[in-house]
Design a protein around this ligand. Structure first.
Ligand SMILES: N[C@@H](CCC(=O)N[C@@H](CS)C(=O)NCC(=O)O)C(=O)O
Length: 215
C-alpha cells in the first residue's frame, strides 16, 4: 500500500489518512508531496484522481478521501470502529459531522503544528464550532469511558477524524475543561500523533496560504 500525503505541518486531511493507515497496523509506503509548490498539482494529480491528498493506493486501486480510506481499512481491520453497533453508529455520526462540518474553525484556525497563536482566531462562529466539538467529546467520554481514554473507549476512526482539531487547540491555546480537556491530552500523547508531530517539526516550508491570518 502507498499513501500519498502533503506537508505534515499543515495537511490536516493527510494526517487523518496517515493515522488510519498507522492504526490498521498494515505496512505502507509514504509518498509525501510538499503542498503549494509549482509542481504540486501535477505531482498529486499523477497519483490522486481528485488532485487532493491523502490518497491510498493498493494494487492500482486509488482511494482519495480520508474517510473513504478509513472505511476501506476498517473492512480489513474492523476494530478501527467500535464493535458495538450502537457505539459504531454514534462513532460514524461524529466522524461524518467532523468530515463535513466545522467550516469556521477549519478556515479560521488552519492546522499549523509549528505555530503558536494562543487566544487568536476565536470569532463567534469559531467559538460555536468549539462549543459543539466540546459537547461531542464530553458526551462520548461520559458514555464510553469504561473502555479506555478515547471517544469510544478504544482508539478509533472517530478519534482519527478529530486528531487535527486537538493539534489546532494546542496551537491556538483553546482551553477546554473536564473530560474534553483530558481527551485532548490523551490524543496529543498518542504515539502516532507524536510521530507525525515530530516529523512536522522537522519541516521548514512556510506556506503563506495556510498560515494564520487575523480577520
Ligand atoms: N475531503 C478530502 C479533503 C482533502 C483535501 O482538501 N486535501 C488538501 C490538503 S489538507 C489538498 O489536497 N490540497 C492540495 C490542493 O488543493 O492542491 C479528504 O477528506 O481527504
Amino acid at each position: 500500500m502507498q499513501l500519498v500525503i502533503g506537508t505534515k505541518n499543515y495537511s490536516s486531511w493527510s494526517l487523518r489518512g496517515w493515522l488510519a493507515v498507522k492504526a490498521s497496523g498494515l505496512p505502507f509506503e509514504e509518498i509525501l508531496i510538499p503542498l503549494c509548490k509549482p509542481d504540486t498539482r501535477e505531482r498529486i494529480l499523477a497519483l490522486s484522481p481528485s488532485g487532493k491528498v491523502p490518497c491510498l493506493i493498493e494494487h492500482g486501486l486509488e482511494i482519495w478521501d480520508s474517510l473513504a480510506i478509513a472505511e476501506y481499512l476498517a473492512e480489513v481491520v474492523p476494530t478501527l470502529w467500535p464493535q458495538d453497533a450502537a457505539a459504531r453508529a454514534r462513532a460514524r455520526s461524529v466522524a461524518a459531522e467532523m468530515h463535513s462540518g466545522f467550516q469556521a474553525l477549519r478556515n479560521t484556525m488552519p492546522m499549523n503544528i509549528r505555530g503558536h497563536f494562543p487566544g487568536q482566531g476565536q470569532t463567534p462562529e469559531v467559538l460555536a464550532d468549539i462549543k459543539r466539538i466540546e459537547a461531542i467529546w464530553n458526551d462520548c467520554r461520559a458514555h464510553y469511558s469504561s473502555g479506555g481514554r478515547y471517544l469510544f473507549g478504544h482508539y478509533s476512526i472517530a478519534d482519527i477524524m478529530f486528531a487535527p482539531i486537538c493539534l489546532r487547540f494546542e496551537t491556538y491555546g483553546v482551553e477546554l475543561s473536564g473530560l474534553a480537556h483530558d481527551y485532548v491530552q490523551s490524543m496529543l500523547a498518542h504515539p502516532d500523533m507524536l510521530e507525525w508531530k515530530a516529523a512536522a517539526l522537522l519541516e521548514n516550508d512556510i506556506i503563506p496560504e495556510y498560515e494564520f491570518r487575523s480577520a
